[in-house]
Design a protein around this ligand. Structure first.
Ligand code: KIV
Length: 271
């Protein structure tokens, strides 16, 4: 008799059922095989191969430089490790804005080459033609509004978005537009909690927040931030669950000392 428990894969349909029964959705980023395996086994519902890989993995100041090929490399590594979570891969800057045909071919490359479950893109009315075209090919889309890091040069800062009424109204109408188009979920980044709760209440699709308060349908954080690997970044919305930077530096320091003092390798650690 098999002792293996059947793993039920998270689907876009299961996420909407979670919203309906009030179960919050837990989402985290991953960019590589080894960590994605741990994140999946720990029970996260959605794994985002975010273009934050540009900052976290490649050390860039912004998310703009990361390429489609690089996102596909990260996506492929993550998908190989994941058995349960829904995997979403970010469409990087410059691969979907302005030209819906190019948007579709970028999304198709991600789906074909990574075998991910969905793509994510930033923006509302400005990218709606691309949204329609990608959806028409049967590719699920997660939207992203509020602070949109790919537009950092338009806004100039990473401060809280949609505090003013006009920007909040545009965000609400963009959220509805994305839902009507057929997006299966929406990320809201760094906006007032009241607005986050209002959007989640007005939409049927799940709304997942990062700095959007507790009234949304789920939360997402960047893995390296929440386990304390990244040290310089500490926005108010970030809860650090560990101080891995200190642990890693401690372990590496001990290794260096052991090598230099010739304590490593010992008798049992050689052939
Ligand atoms: O790229 C990313 O990690 C993201 C999250 C911040 C939502 O888009």
């Amino acid at each position: 008799m098999s002792v293996h428990k059947e793993i039920r894969k998270v689907t876009t349909h299961r996420l909407s059922e979670m919203k309906l029964r009030g179960e919050k959705i837990a989402m985290l980023t991953s960019y590589d095989f080894s960590l994605a395996q741990l994140v999946d086994e720990a029970g996260v519902d959605v794994i985002l191969v975010g273009d934050s890989a540009s900052n976290v993995m490649a050390g860039n100041e912004t998310t703009l430089p990361i390429t489609l090929d690089q996102m596909i490399y990260h996506g492929t590594s993550v998908v190989k490790a994941v058995h349960r979570a829904l995997v979403v891969v970010d469409l990087p800057f410059g691969t979907y804005q302005g030209n819906s045909r190019e948007a579709l071919s970028s999304a198709i490359r991600i789906m074909k080459e990574t075998a991910a479950d969905s793509v994510k893109l930033e923006g509302g009315s400005e990218v709606i033609e691309s949204v329609h075209r990608i959806l028409s090919a049967g590719i699920p889309i997660m939207g992203h509004l509020g602070l949109m890091p790919q537009s950092i040069h338009k806004f100039g800062t990473y401060t809280v978005r949609a505090k003013e009424e006009a920007e909040a109204e545009k965000l609400i109408s963009d959220a509805k537009l994305l839902e009507e188009a057929g997006c299966f979920a929406l990320v809201l980044e760094k906006i007032p909690a009241k607005l986050g709760a209002q959007v989640a209440a007005e939409l049927k699709i799940p709304v997942i927040g990062i700095g959007a308060g507790s009234g949304v349908d789920g939360q997402v954080l960047v893995f390296h931030d929440m386990v304390g690997i990244t040290q310089q970044f500490s926005p108010r919305f970030l809860r650090r669950y560990h101080n891995l930077a200190a642990e890693i530096k401690g372990a590496v320091g001990n290794y260096v000392n052991d090598v230099k003092s010739m304590d490593f390798p010992n008798e049992k650690e050689q052939y």
